[in-house]
Write a protein that binds this ligand. Structure first.
Ligand code: CUO
Length: 671
């Protein structure tokens, strides 16, 4: 295993090295890229894999790039062990785009059961230039060369990409967080588009995971007294926020495209990226057709069959939200009618990412929003995804509200809930912490001494949920515990209606437990959250430049583990003076929630709520986001329901509790 691990690390080592690593030449109209390599013809089994230029961006949002990825992944999938994978990889590493190469290596290690136990290096280590500027990395490399005993890391502070002149910049530490961006890169790797992968409820999880990221972003905005993010209202209005990432797409210093404030989107013709002509009118047409489907209650497949869109229990097929997610994202293999409903979400990323140079007049690179590893850095990502989410919400609001039977759990009463952190009840503290990464693996300059990156990030001390539950049933009962968090007040300091607060509820945890008859006291650690990926399995632990390996996870299939919200970002920042939040806890009947299946091997089951379980069904039969994915019932037992609190008051199996979140800045570690 140790040898396998070191062989894998070798494959991920210095992706930009090689005879042409990092050098750029531009196409002159002969297809989508100029092949650079040894001069030999690439083996035919590489298919489209050599169609992308080396030294440039590989983006899963671009269909021609997905086609190249499909070819290279199929080529690598022949490997039966790490030794064979190494041979195949070494035979082509100088012929294919570097980022495509790493994507497909990662893809194959995750997909092949016999390779799953090896740990893929995180994207921060493999491509540090997606997280730190070339200037910083080069300087550190030079200093290491001058003085190999140098131990100072490169420090990335919160004014890395801009200054506080713009209010939006208050959130840059969140948008540019290494864990959030790594999660997003990994999520798109384990839910790939057009890669012949049939993951359970993929369209629905596309909707839900992105909706939850927006809810978390909005909680963070409210923590800074900023309004919730506004959606793009279409593709004709100027894009309000510019973005200048300060990053490079390779180690030779080629910069990502940038975008000025108030840039107007244009039709795209970027043959250098394998994009034919993409017009804004096309996107509008796709959007209008998808919206028609929502309002008509059915979507039409290629044969003209009408497929009803409903979120009721799926009989033979999928829920409506799942169908719409696949059609909107879009995945040509899963969309009910790709030519008709198009490639809306992916095209929207592309349109924005080339808005600074839509026709290649300036020979500029794609913008950061064009790559899942960097897109969450750009403020416009959230406006784009709010636009996407509004579409899904338009559909969700067509569904009938949940009824008493779906919401209640007779015989089970939640008596009390609360949180305890360092002995303090219901007041959670957040603050700054730091983490270091070894960047040398991803750099082809510098010596053998480690080059370390030090990021300052939001964090909190672990805390516990305490639940007091009464089971009045005569027998044991398996229940699903669902824990959510939302801000109590809106931008103006007013309490929110159910409908206003509905999209702010963020899932904090979801787990199954057995209640004994009578009183039950549960304690659950925040470290076990169903949305987070523990850092010790996703990021290598570094201590003074030395890798620490934890022996506690032996045998776990690591590949999927990189997907998951970073644990350090579980809580919103809150405010220095304390900010009001509400916890909502709901118990549901596990007999209704459970999904029958046999899970083989030791799959990574962290972050199940956002990432599912590899090669298994999503382990909760309810619609994702339940019970906040639909509008509230207008009335229950003769009582009008207008707030989440009024809903909880009608059911014994639900309870709400007021808590505070206090931001203590640099005092966090001194608790
Ligand atoms: Cu994750 Cu648009 O889907 O970025």
């Amino acid at each position: 295993m140790a040898t396998e691990q070191s062989q894998v690390l070798e494959l991920f080592e210095k992706p930009f090295r090689g005879p042409s690593g990092g050098s750029i030449s531009f196409p002159t109209g002969e297809g989508i890229g100029t092949r650079i390599g040894t001069g030999a013809r690439p083996p035919p089994e590489l298919g489209y894999a050599t169609s992308l230029q080396r030294g440039r961006v590989f983006s899963v949002f671009i269909r021609a790039h997905r086609r190249a990825a499909r070819s290279l992944c199929e080529y690598f999938m022949r490997a039966r062990n790490i030794g064979e994978l190494t041979s195949l990889a070494n035979a082509c590493r100088n012929l294919v785009n570097e980022q495509l190469f790493i994507y497909c290596l990662s893809f194959v290690i995750i997909r092949k059961p016999e390779l799953r136990r090896v740990r893929i290096p995180t994207v921060v280590e493999t491509f540090p230039s997606k997280f730190a500027s070339q200037e910083m990395l080069q300087q550190a490399g030079n200093e290491i060369n001058r003085n190999p005993a140098r131990t100072e890391p490169i420090v990335i502070n919160q004014e890395f990409s801009g200054t506080l002149i713009k209010p939006e910049h208050r959130l840059s530490y969140w948008r540019e967080d290494y864990g959030i961006n790594s999660h997003h890169w990994h999520w798109h790797l384990v839910f790939p588009v057009e890669m012949d992968i049939r993951r359970d409820r993929k369209g629905e999880i596309f909707y839900y995971m992105h909706q939850q990221m927006l809810a978390r972003y909005d909680m963070e905005r409210l923590s800074h007294s900023l309004n919730r993010v506004l959606p793009l209202t279409g593709f004709r209005e100027p894009i309000v926020d510019g973005y200048f990432s300060k990053l490079t797409v390779n180690n030779s210093g080629r910069a990502w495209g940038t975008r000025q404030d108030n840039t107007t989107l244009k039709d795209i013709r970027r043959d250098d990226f394998g994009l034919g002509f993409i017009s804004i009118s096309d996107l509008e047409l796709y959007y209008s057709r998808l919206l028609d489907a929502v309002h008509q209650g059915f979507i039409q497949d290629r044969q003209g069959n009408r497929i009803p869109l409903t979120d009721g229990p799926p009989n033979r097929g999928k829920r409506g939200i799942d169908i719409l997610g696949d059609a909107f994202e879009a995945d040509a293999e899963l969309s009910v009618n790709y030519p008709f409903y198009g490639d809306l979400h992916n095209f929207a990323h592309v349109l924005i990412s080339f808005s600074h140079d839509p026709d290649f007049a300036h020979r500029e690179e794609v913008g950061a929003i064009g790559d899942p590893a960097t897109s969450m850095r750009d403020p416009t990502f959230y406006r784009l995804h709010k636009f996407v989410d509004e579409f899904f919400q338009e559909y969700k609001l067509q569904q009938r509200p949940y009824n008493n039977e779906e919401l209640g759990l007779p015989g089970v009463r939640v008596v009390r809930i609360g949180v305890l952190q360092d002995g303090v009840p219901n007041n959670l503290r957040t603050g700054w912490n730091q983490r270091e990464f070894e960047a040398g693996r991803g750099l082809d300059f510098g010596g053998s001494a480690p080059i370390r990156l030090r990021f300052t990030h939001l964090d909190h001390r672990p805390f516990d949920y305490h639940l007091q539950i009464m089971n009045t049933l005569p027998a044991e009962k398996d229940v699903t515990v669902r824990i959510f968090l939302a801000p109590t007040l809106d931008e103006r300091g007013n309490r929110m209606s159910f409908m206003d607060q509905r999209l702010l509820w963020t899932e904090m945890d979801k787990f199954v437990t057995k209640l004994t008859p009578g009183e039950n006291k549960l304690v659950r650690s925040s470290r076990d959250s169903s949305i987070t990926a523990p850092p010790e399995i996703t990021f290598r632990e570094l201590e003074a430049g030395r890798e620490i390996t934890s022996g506690t996870q032996a045998g776990v299939e690591f590949g999927q583990c990189g997907c998951g919200w970073p644990r350090h970002m579980l809580l919103p920042r809150g405010m220095p003076q304390g900010m009001d939040f509400q916890l909502f806890v709901m118990l549901t009947d596990h007999a209704v929630d459970k999904v029958e299946q046999v899970i083989r091997g030791r799959p990574c089951t962290n972050a199940v709520s956002y990432c599912g379980i590899l090669d298994s069904k999503f382990p909760d039969a309810r619609p994702m986001g339940f019970p906040f994915d639909r509008r509230n019932p207008a009335m229950i037992n003769g009582n009008v329901i207008q707030t989440a609190g009024e809903l909880a008051a009608q059911f014994d199996n639900m309870v709400m509790e007021d808590i505070k979140i206090t931001f203590v800045g640099n005092q966090l570690q001194r608790a």
